[in-house]
Design a binder for this molecule. Structure first.
Ligand SMILES: [Zn+2]
Length: 293
């Protein structure tokens, strides 16, 4: 029966994930096209029909963006739930559920990677972990990644995906904004390149801090990038926003993004950028040496 299901596309295009044995088929969340799950995976979770870039896990992203086995970086851990916060659920339970779902400790992970021989520190956020929100862990993870990039004198690449601040950590989450901005300042002072890749969505306190401070800012197609989402703006201002407002293409045309890069091209593009930075830094070193002599 398995071979048959592999070959025949289900006729019903909705509710397919549950009625396909072993999830053989994947319905594109944007155009509902049925795609063989293996094919979807090989296409890096991008729809071959409508180019929709599905949100992916931080672990998948790190594996996707390295030529060699990524060396995971151990990040500082803090006491959970510093404020004893409870909304519809205890924060502690929310963390427990998110950890079980994503298999990571908090909304960001980091690794040392290599792209065509160029080493870099890769910091990646995971939207599946409480909306990729930034609390003490994420802010400190970014700072640690920046410090490591400085210590090793290699570029830092940050792939962002976030709804903003971790509201369950109140003021502590807001304190992560100046902390990460300072980390970007340290990178600059030490002449360490910093590349940002904005993925869908990057909003709130993350776009208002380290996500908008890259030396080079790339974005995946059609990613939502902005401080406040369009729905809230429309409701508050009582206005109708133009189609595509705050999407990557809109941000590119307004100079906020340097280039929009298809997921399948991202590794190649980052390799090119790392090469350019490596050559520029080499030239600079050479110039300084000549000036001294
Ligand atoms: Zn599609």
């Amino acid at each position: 029966m398995g071979w048959f299901l592999n070959l025949v596309k289900p006729k019903i295009q909705s509710n397919t994930e549950s009625n396909s044995p072993a999830n053989l088929w994947h319905a594109c969340p944007s155009c509902s096209e049925m795609i063989f799950a293996k094919e979807w995976e090989l296409a890096l979770c991008v729809c071959p029909k409508c180019n929709f870039h599905e949100r992916i896990s931080a672990i998948a992203r790190i594996n996707m963006l390295s030529d060699v086995k990524p060396k995971m970086i151990s990040l500082p851990v803090f006491k959970d739930d510093p404020l004893g916060f409870k909304d519809t659920q205890n924060y502690k339970d929310r963390l427990k559920d998110a950890r079980k779902k994503t298999q990571i400790h908090d909304a960001a992970i980091a690794a040392e990677i290599s792209l065509d021989g160029n080493k870099a520190i890769l910091f990646v956020m995971d939207f599946n972990f409480i909306g990729g929100s930034m609390g003490q862990y994420v802010g400190s993870a970014f700072l640690q990644s920046a410090n490591l990039a400085i210590a090793k004198n290699i570029p830092l690449i940050a792939v962002t995906a976030s709804g903003g601040a971790r509201m369950q950590e109140g003021i502590i989450s807001l304190m992560q904004m100046p902390k990460t901005v300072l980390a970007c300042q340290f990178l600059r002072e030490n002449d360490v390149p910093y590349i940002v890749v904005l993925s869908d969505p990057t909003t709130g306190g993350v776009i208002a801090s380290f996500a908008s401070l890259g030396d080079i800012t790339l974005s995946e197609p059609n990613a939502l990038i902005g401080f406040t989402g369009p729905r809230v703006i429309e409701e508050t201002m009582q206005i109708k926003l133009e189609e595509g407002f705050q999407r990557s293409e809109f941000q590119l045309s307004h100079g906020f993004v340097d280039a929009i890069v298809h997921r399948s091209e991202m590794k190649k593009e980052l390799t090119k950028i790392l090469d350019i930075f490596a050559r520029a830094r080499e030239n600079k070193k050479e110039r300084r040496k000549n000036e001294r002599n």
